[in-house]
Design a protein around this ligand. Structure first.
Ligand code: MN
Length: 714
């Protein structure tokens, strides 16, 4: 614990005119009132305010800030009132202590809304006097430094999370890089000790490779600069485990390069020396493209200035170099505290570097609710992410809005595929439940589970989406395959051929398929008709698809009148002209159609709403006005049904089986809409008469996977 005298000496070192008596009085007053209180570490409570005051002397803050640090927990933790403090130490210090106390109270509430309000008041307080924030940040830093003494794991985690989400970003916004780095790293140690340990171990391993490498590089940089007459302080600094970890997390690479773990700093006398140093380095070492940044001519919003560049350094290692003046260096490390105007007593927010604060206040005035405010002001590093934990404490970073399913896929694809439920913070939650920062998620799995098409509607992470889609795609192909195979079997049987895989294998190339299953799936989907495949396998079979030959004439199964059905079912065509039915839209009898003249192929028939027609818009001369021939007598022999079928494994196969069992024949089928839940389709069924069609419809309605069966009328 820092002694009274030591504290005074530290203040006197940078502010000889400081009011020694005031500081002494505060020291004694706080020690007396905190009395026998102890911290969880067993230390007397009083050690805490003294350490906080000590941290502030590192920032060379004024005596009022130091006194505020000494008194900052009195109102909250003892019987002391704000009036007592005002009487003893005056209105300025009372006001500062009040600000810190308010922040402390707000910290004790942790729900989302409170969280946002905390933040609002926090910003308000600090806009009044930024010293309140500095004392609060120092208070938080010391609490983080001693966090491991806190016994409750929930409390430790809450404090660490709050540090990461609120205080470290605030430190960054006011340019206090050193505070920010230490706060983040301490929070990281609590939230992901395994992750941090693994990085430390890796650093240790790399050091073993060349412990003296960084000092050697520093020496060579220095002598290189000296040769060009640039006098500079050169140092190499390890990045913190947390910053290395975030880098790995975002870049998704293992670190190997020195530039990933160290930053070399060159501090020179003035701005022109900065550019001279840069020139000297660029003349001496190869430059890594894309790494040069000039924050001297364009400072960061928090006031940070430096020139950054990347080099292949003296030891043939990639290094990162930051060049700056002494003053810029102080600002980089201490931020707002570096340009403190002690003597002027000017602690109000002003100056260019605090523009962000005014912007914050602006948002504050116009935001309609705390959540919206938090939304606007949360920092970019957390804005679009939610951090959750595995039961072992591993941190899983997910996009905002992520669900337990996203979490499961992030842990492992297989866990995602087989997840059936989730425990969030120990409670069973629906899989579509949105995760919150800090949630601990335990995924329940079952070997029997497979990805549900339903999940696709609510997952947000790319990995989960891709896996689920792939699975649905496979399942669909299976379904279409079953249906297609049945349609093929029927088509072959009608011509007294047997459908074999071998026969299909022979025509795969023609249909640009890689396998028999794929070909079946394409037929099931309607991309090719079963008849086309049959004709390809047995070129002797009539080219015209059976449904086209038959429609709209009376079916003649077994009556040997197939040859007489040559009349085209389409009017408007020139006799003798070849006709094809477009593969893009599969026009069905009854639909509005149009013909497109294709050189060498005759007329291709499209539905009027087919997208392919757009590409013929500029060539109206190729359009032929055609229509289906309507034959009253035979209309009843093709029954067109509008069906809704559940999108479930096997459902399309069931449909085909039922129609077949009832002696109907699917002459054409078109899926008009497919959602994750349902297929909506038009099916043309060849029937003997209306009663036959009614029977088939009744049988379909009795099938659980078919939810709706209607005669299509249009
Ligand atoms: Mn405190």
């Amino acid at each position: 614990m820092m002694r009274q005298l030591e504290l005074i000496e530290r203040i006197k070192a940078y502010d000889p005119g400081a009011d020694e008596e005031l500081v002494n009085r505060a020291y004694v007053y706080a020690m007396k009132l905190h009395g026998a209180q102890t911290r969880e570490s067993g230390d007397p409570y009083f050690s805490h305010p003294i350490e906080v005051a000590g941290i502030l002397t590192d920032l060379k803050l004024d005596e009022s800030s130091i006194v505020t640090a000494l008194l900052h927990d009195l109102v909250e933790d003892t019987d002391t009132s704000l009036e007592d403090i005002e009487r003893m130490f005056g209105p300025e210090i009372a006001r500062l202590v009040d600000g810190v106390t308010k922040l402390t109270r707000l910290e004790l509430q942790s729900e989302q809304t409170r969280h946002a309000e905390n933040f609002r008041k926090l910003v308000l307080a600090m806009s009044e006097d930024i010293r309140v924030l500095l004392v609060k940040l120092a208070d938080r830093l010391h609490n983080m430094q001693t966090l491991h003494y806190v016994q409750s794991p929930e409390k430790r985690r809450r404090i660490a999370r709050e540090t990461m989400e609120i205080y470290a970003p605030l430190a960054e916004r006011i340019g206090m890089q050193r505070f920010k780095d230490e706060l983040l790293d301490l929070a990281f140690a609590e939230l992901n000790p395994d992750g941090r340990a693994s990085i430390l171990a890796r650093l240790e391993f790399l050091k073993g490779d060349g412990d003296d490498l960084p000092p050697r590089i520093v020496d060579q940089l220095k002598s290189g600069l000296a040769e060009d007459g640039v006098e500079a302080d050169v140092s190499g600094r390890m990045k913190t485990p947390y910053s290395i970890w975030t880098k790995m997390l975002h870049k998704d690479v293992a670190f190997e390069q020195l530039s990933d773990i160290m930053a070399f700093r060159i501090v020179v006398a003035d701005v022109s020396e900065c550019y001279r140093a840069l020139g000297a380095l660029h003349g001496r070492y190869p430059v890594v493209p894309g790494r040069f940044k000039d924050y001297i001519s364009t400072p960061k919003p928090n006031g940070y200035q430096s020139v950054h560049t990347g080099l292949i350094g003296p030891e043939r290692q990639r290094i990162e170099v930051q060049i700056r003046t002494r003053e810029m260096h102080d600002v980089a490390e201490l931020g707002v505290a570096a340009h403190w105007k002690f003597k002027q007593g000017d602690f109000k927010i002003d100056g260019r570097q605090y523009r962000w604060l005014r912007e914050l206040l602006d948002i504050l005035e116009h935001a309609s609710n705390p959540e919206e405010f938090l939304e606007h002001t949360k920092l970019e590093m957390f804005q679009d992410q939610v951090f959750c934990f595995t039961p072992k404490g591993d941190l899983i970073a997910l996009p905002d809005g992520a669900t337990p399913v996203d979490f499961a896929y992030a842990v492992h694809s297989e866990i995602g595929d087989t997840c059936v439920g989730a425990k969030v913070n120990g409670r069973i939650m629906p899989l579509r439940n949105k995760l919150q920062n800090g949630d601990q998620v335990e995924i329940l799995t079952s070997k029997a589970q497979t990805p549900s098409p339903d999940w696709e509607k609510f997952v947000v992470s790319g990995k989960a989406k891709a896996r689920i889609r792939r699975f649905i795609h496979l399942k669909e192909r299976e379904q279409y395959g079953t249906l297609g195979r049945q349609m093929l079997e029927k088509a072959f049987r009608e011509e007294d051929y047997e459908l074999t895989n071998k026969a299909l294998a022979g025509v795969l190339k023609k249909f640009r398929c890689t396998g028999v299953d794929e070909l079946c799936a394409l037929v099931g989907k309607g991309n090719h008709t079963a008849r086309e495949v049959l004709v390809a396998v047995f070129p002797g079979v009539k080219q015209v698809a059976r449904s086209m030959r038959v429609w709209p004439f009376r079916r003649g199964r077994g009556r040997g009148d197939k040859a007489k059905t040559a009349k085209l079912p389409i009017k408007g065509l020139i006799p003798g002209m070849a006709v094809h039915y477009a593969q893009c839209c599969h026009p069905l009898p009854g639909e509005r159609i149009v013909g497109i003249v294709t050189t060498g192929k005759g007329v291709t028939v499209h539905t009027i709403d087919c997208e392919t027609l757009e590409s013929f818009q500029d060539t109206p001369e190729r359009w032929v006005d055609i229509a289906w021939e309507v034959d009253e007598e035979s209309e009843s022999l093709i029954g067109r049904l509008h069906l809704m079928v559940a999108n479930e494994p096997g459902s399309l196969g069931d449909l085909s089986t039922i129609i077949g069992k009832n002696h109907g024949n699917i002459s054409n089928l078109k899926i008009t809409n497919r959602s994750v839940d349902f297929f909506e389709m038009l099916v043309d069924v060849e029937v003997q008469d209306a009663k036959h069609l009614s029977n088939i419809m009744a049988a379909l309605r009795a099938t659980p996977v078919i939810t709706s069966v209607e005669r299509a009328r249009r």
